[in-house]
Design a protein around this ligand. Structure first.
Ligand code: FRU
Length: 547
């Protein structure tokens, strides 16, 4: 299927310590990709890619002559030049590396058996946190923590995908590769319209990424810029811009979240440092001044202003951490002052969510994408992004709270197949029989309790919903419906090949889990609960986002 380009492994195989060997090959680049044969059974070993004597990439990889799957790197930037690949691991694996205009296995990408069909996943490799989420000139950019070279965490880089609707994504080349300072950890992106950094000009304002570099000694904050809408990046020669290890006596200083604070005409960075989120200010994205610190958060900060109940004259700020916990309060550009919190509106596989910045004036929605920590069994990729959701602050009986529900753009994916007004659980289960074996669907229902104190919904015995009115819990998490004494909850359930997301009562609470059906079970879709009513049951088919 692919043309194996004969690579000549240098005759001199240098034996190191009797275990690993070092070898190199040189390839004149005429094609787009280098394809790498990978086996998880193989140990990781360092590889270096050099062009014209310059080190372009260095990472660890599990090359094998008997690959389980293939990964790749885009080398189109080096066309016509010779790339030297040196590898300290298995020389037989190295000899299988080849260039091609196709990724090995390209024709099956996005159609593999366990490929989520309406959630973003990467073609190959590992992903975790969303990074640098920004809208610019008609495109949404999703960067993400990425190991391009295998399905487990390592070699942290910034992967990159773009979309016009946050639903259909096109993956581009890796934006930021590890460098001599370390690996590329999480961060954010801004458009520097006034060219305060001097990286561009007012006509072509730079897109500036702020990210953490991680190395065995410390975590430092760095910046890079792009003048071509995120396609190619240059790292700032004065990096790092913040090195705060000594101040905090801690290695945990990471995940810069940068935005322009209009009232003060300056940049703000929220940075997780040791035990909470710090605020820094800057006029040029290069020099930063520490302003304040709030304890009680860990990793991946976000900070944004939202109207309460859509009333733009009543706004509050939300300070956010990787575990989806948040505080509501005020912010003056230097200090966040909490008034309420901490609260949590979503649980489960979600972690390290981020929101889009630079949304158009005509569409100021605050849209979040979270990392779905969902294993993708036997696939050449791992994890996923959850559905993009709109965050809103709404007044509840307990005060203002964050609500999160799938963005309106997701509607294009769903087609209502059938609906029923009121059913008993047994009737509902009988009606749903024909949908048992769909790889993906959406199901929405109002569940009304009467005699029972708990009721819920299973999928092949996997418990997807367990609402307990006595303990006031959903799947063990404290939950009380808005209408006190209400016997009803609405569940909107999104099932994909490997994941399940559930939004309760319009996004007041949501959660996600891996889809782990019991293969022995005949139960199928199953509502349970004594004398429960299933009202407004709707079932939808779901389109694939992959063309
Ligand atoms: C959160 C996190 C971040 C870090 C990144 C590394 O999942 O630990 O704090 O920047 O992942 O991949």
């Amino acid at each position: 299927m692919y043309s194996v380009l004969k690579n000549i492994v240098n005759a001199a195989l240098i034996l190191q310590c009797g275990i690993a060997s070092a070898a190199d090959i040189s390839i004149k680049i005429t094609k787009k990709y280098l394809n790498f044969p990978i086996s998880q059974k193989q140990n990781r070993a360092p590889m270096r890619l050099e062009v014209g004597g310059k080190l372009e990439q260095s990472f660890v990889i599990r090359l094998s002559a008997d690959p389980e799957y293939w990964t790749f790197t885009d080398v189109s930037a080096f066309k016509g030049k010779t790339i030297k690949i040196s590898y300290d691991g298995d020389a037989a694996g190295l000899s299988k590396v080849y260039q091609d205009d196709k990724i090995n296995g390209q024709d099956s990408i996005y159609h593999e058996k366990n490929r989520p069909q309406y959630h973003f996943t990467t073609r190959r490799g590992w992903i975790n946190d969303p990074n640098g989420m920004i809208f610019y000139e008609g495109e949404y950019h999703l960067f993400y923590q990425h190991n391009p070279y295998e399905r487990e965490w390592e070699n942290m880089s910034w992967g990159h995908a773009v979309s016009k609707d946050m639903i259909h994504w096109e993956e581009l080349a890796v934006a930021l590769h590890p460098d001599k300072l370390g690996t590329m950890f999480s961060g954010s992106a801004v458009i520097d319209y006034q060219n305060t950094s001097g990286f561009g000009n007012r006509k072509t304002p730079p897109m500036v990424a702020a990210y953490t570099v991680d190395n065995p000694d410390k975590e430092i904050q760095c910046i890079a810029y792009s003048l071509d809408k995120g396609r190619t990046w240059a790292k700032y020669s004065g990096n790092p811009v913040i090195d705060s290890k000594a101040k905090w006596n801690s290695k945990d200083t990471r995940d810069p979240r940068v935005f322009w604070y209009k009232p003060g005409n300056h940049w703000v960075m929220v940075l997780n440092e040791r035990d909470g989120h710090s605020i820094y200010n800057s006029n040029n994205l290069k020099e930063w001044t520490f302003e304040s610190h709030i304890t009680g958060f860990w990793e991946c900060p976000d900070l944004f202003e939202l109207p309460i109940d859509d009333d733009k004259s009543k706004t509050k700020w939300v300070m956010y951490g990787a575990s989806n916990t948040y505080m509501i309060g005020s912010f003056d550009g230097k200090t966040f002052t909490p008034e309420h919190g901490k609260y949590q509106y979503t649980t489960g596989t979600i972690y390290a969510a981020q929101t889009f910045t630079n949304m158009p004036k005509s569409d100021p929605r605050r849209i979040q994408i979270g990392w779905g920590r969902v294993q993708q069994p036997d696939m050449p990729f791992n994890n996923m992004m959850l559905l993009p959701t709109e965050l809103k602050l709404k007044t509840t009986k307990d005060g203002p709270r964050l609500f999160s529900s799938p963005i309106k753009e997701t509607e294009q994916l769903f087609e209502k197949v059938q609906e029923w007004p009121t059913l008993t659980p047994d009737d509902a289960n009988a009606k749903l029989k024909k949908f048992y074996n769909s790889d993906r669907f959406r199901i929405k229902a109002t569940i009304k309790l009467s005699y029972a104190t708990s009721a819920g919904f299973n999928l092949f015995t996997q418990r997807i919903l367990d609402y307990d009115m006595n303990f006031n819990t959903i799947n063990g998490v404290l939950y009380s419906p808005e209408k006190l004494g209400s016997m009803e909850i609405i569940a909107d359930i999104f099932v994909d090949r490997t994941s399940i997301e559930v939004f309760i009562d319009g996004g007041k609470y949501s959660y996600s889990m891996a889809r782990l059906p019991n293969p022995e079970s005949k139960e199928g879709l199953h509502f349970w609960g004594n004398n429960t009513e299933i009202k407004n049951l709707e079932i939808y088919s779901v389109k694939s986002i992959w063309r």
